[in-house]
Design a protein around this ligand. Structure first.
Ligand code: ADP
Length: 364
């Protein structure tokens, strides 16, 4: 599960490597500043590219190589998730709309007391949709999306992590509105312990400094205040490992629980809607009840496994079979799949989450 930096970012235009070659004319810069309102995806991507090129020619007080690394590895451009893609979690979606999405889309309405929050924590068992939510917040608020796991700062990027953290926040401000998604935040904001080493302490300090700096404008940012629209959205499966001072810095701590039966039903129907099947309304209901305790990712794994059954039936005939003649997925296929795909979150750990949510979670 702990996958480090998301690997989907490498489908980048090769022009990214020549970012220093051309300065943008002033007219184009104005054009670039207006990009945040343009919804069309292709246009968005190419204008984002232009903004990046411009920024790379006007870097100030930040390591150039680290900025390139942010652009190449941590900036995610082509993974759009919408609210409807996420089953359930309606309360969470509403809170995020009110605290992030609308303020980012209408900064003129959300000033002063209504200013958007700077830090939010998503916690709960693995596979419940925390990463999906972060992506959806970025998509729905037309924000630039940066995604990195805190544990990779302590491993893959160790030695350059402080520079990288500085560059991350710098680029997020200049490409604002931005969402910085920091997965596995517990590994960095951990309760101080004797074995906490010097380098992880330094990275943690840098993160806290940069996080505090989010309300300060930076040079070359656009004049209408949008540069302040940067949110640190952190996720963890181990909320109790986060130290108290860090925990208090999150304005909201949202519990992302396991799905209830209605949510599982919605999720199953959605997954099967693009797959030939002979499931009846009551089959769906029975499966959604049988999957009590499953996480969203367990449900997805189950449906994938069930969808393999019609293919397995074919045996060696597979190579000569026409796609249209493959039988639909049945309730029996789900029964078979249920014998191998089990829930991944134990009852004991669930009560641990619920206890922490009661103590430290936000309810709205
Ligand atoms: P987390 O970040 O909480 O560990 P993810 O967001 O990475 O979980 O979810 C992993 C996968 O599980 C997703 O790619 C998706 O296929 C499925 N999934 C989890 N939760 C949901 C949900 N609420 N709705 C739809 N799919 C989900």
């Amino acid at each position: 599960e702990r996958s480090g930096i998301k690997t989907t970012v490498n489908r980048r235009p090769s022009s990214r490597k020549q970012v220093h070659e051309r300065k943008l004319p002033a007219v184009l810069k104005d054009e670039v500043d207006k990009t945040q309102e343009i919804p069309d995806k292709a246009r968005e991507t190419s204008l984002l590219d232009q903004r990046i090129k411009y920024i790379m020619t006007t870097l100030q007080g930040v390591d150039e190589r680290a900025c390139e690394q942010i652009i190449n590895d941590i900036l995610i451009m082509d993974e759009k998730i919408h609210w409807d893609d996420i089953a359930g979690l309606n309360n969470t979606k509403n809170i995020l709309k009110e605290t992030v999405v609308y303020p980012f889309l209408r900064p003129d309405l959300f000033k002063g007391l209504r200013e958007p929050v700077r830090g939010m924590l998503l916690f709960g068992p693995p596979g419940t949709g925390k990463t999906m939510i972060a992506k959806a917040v970025a998509t729905e608020s037309h924000s630039t999306f940066f995604s990195i796991s805190a544990s990779s700062l302590l491993s893959k990027y160790l030695g350059e992590s402080e520079k990288l953290v500085r560059a991350l926040f710098y680029m997020a401000k200049r490409l604002s509105p931005s969402i910085i998604f920091l997965d596995e935040i517990d590994s960095l904001l951990t309760t101080r312990s004797d074995n906490e080493n010097e380098s992880s302490r330094r990275i943690k300090t840098e993160l806290l400094i940069q996080w505090s700096s989010l309300s300060k404008a930076i040079p070359h940012s656009d004049p209408n205040g949008k540069s302040n629209n940067v949110l640190l959205l952190a996720a963890t499966n181990l909320p109790w490992a986060i130290d108290e001072a860090a925990r208090r810095r999150f304005s909201k701590r949202l519990y992302i629980p396991l799905p209830d039966s209605e949510t599982r039903l919605y999720h199953l129907k959605k997954l099967m809607s693009s797959q030939k099947n002979i499931l009846t309304v009551s089959d769906f209901k029975i499966i959604s009840i049988a999957t009590e305790g499953f996480s969203g990712s367990d449900i997805t794994a189950l449906a994938k496994e069930a969808a393999m059954e019609p293919i397995r039936d074919l045996g060696d005939e597979l190579m000569n079979t026409n796609f249209d003649t493959i039988r639909g997925v049945s309730k029996q296929d789900f029964d078979t799949a249920l014998s191998t795909i089990k829930k991944s979150v134990s009852k004991e750990s669930l009560s641990h989450y619920e206890h922490w949510a009661l103590q430290f979670g936000s309810t709205g």
